[in-house]
Design a protein around this ligand. Structure first.
Ligand code: URA
Length: 209
């Protein structure tokens, strides 16, 4: 079963309060999501393996630590995942970025894939799958299915806010994927919004309605 990590760092929690507030406008919302995403990247990568390396500083030889193990890849799920990718890339600038686009069929409500563009070595990378809102979990589960179908083996999921229903669905369908959240909220409402949540993340990020 994938672990759920709720990142309770005070800076993440403080900024999330402003992200949730309905009086926060688009510019500030976008900046705050960026900042929280960067702080989350810091916590999500805390257990990455290091290896010793020998270098020369201007003063003399030094044994230092460098990242070892798998290279990283970011996979924002379109469209709202884009809002978190720059913040994470600021922390991990060498990561490759792939995109998965899904829309909800208006009749069946099933997520349908309409766009996938990935680095060609995803099977060798540790992938950070990004979607700010984990509501029913339908799109995230489908995006991870799609990545696995194309060879992805190691994934972590990063969301700002989740509903218990979405967490449970991802854990059932993808027990190998750990989930990193800034908050685990109460429930979904009848329209599929997370309560209390923050509203429609895509609309608030991009200023659409
Ligand atoms: N997607 C959003 O953007 N917000 C929600 O509350 C649920 C899904």
């Amino acid at each position: 079963m994938g672990k759920v990590h709720v990142l309770d760092h005070p800076l993440i929690q403080h900024k999330l309060s402003y992200i949730r507030d309905k009086t926060t406008g688009t510019k500030e919302f976008r900046e705050l999501v960026d900042e929280v995403a960067a702080l989350m990247a810091f916590e999500v990568t805390r257990d990455l393996p290091l290896e010793d390396a020998d270098i020369e500083t201007p003063v003399g030889p030094a044994r230092v630590k460098k990242l070892a193990g798998k290279k990283l890849g970011l996979i924002p799920i379109l469209r709202a995942g884009i809002g978190m990718s720059d913040g994470i890339l600021n922390m991990i600038p060498a990561a490759r970025v792939g995109h998965v686009g899904l829309y909800r069929d208006p009749e069946t409500f099933k997520p349908i894939e309409y766009y996938v563009k990935l680095p060609n070595d995803i099977e060798e990378r540790e992938l950070l799958v990004i979607d700010p809102m984990l509501a029913t979990g339908g799109s995230v589960v489908e995006a991870i299915n799609s990545l696995k179908k194309r060879g992805a083996k190691n994934m972590r999921l990063i969301c700002l806010v989740a509903a218990p229903e979405g967490v449970q669905y991802v854990q059932e369908e993808h027990p190998d994927v750990d989930i990193y959240l800034a908050a685990l909220d109460e429930k979904l409402n009848e329209k599929g919004y997370i309560v209390p949540g923050l509203g429609d993340a895509g609309d608030r990020l991009f200023g659409t309605k």
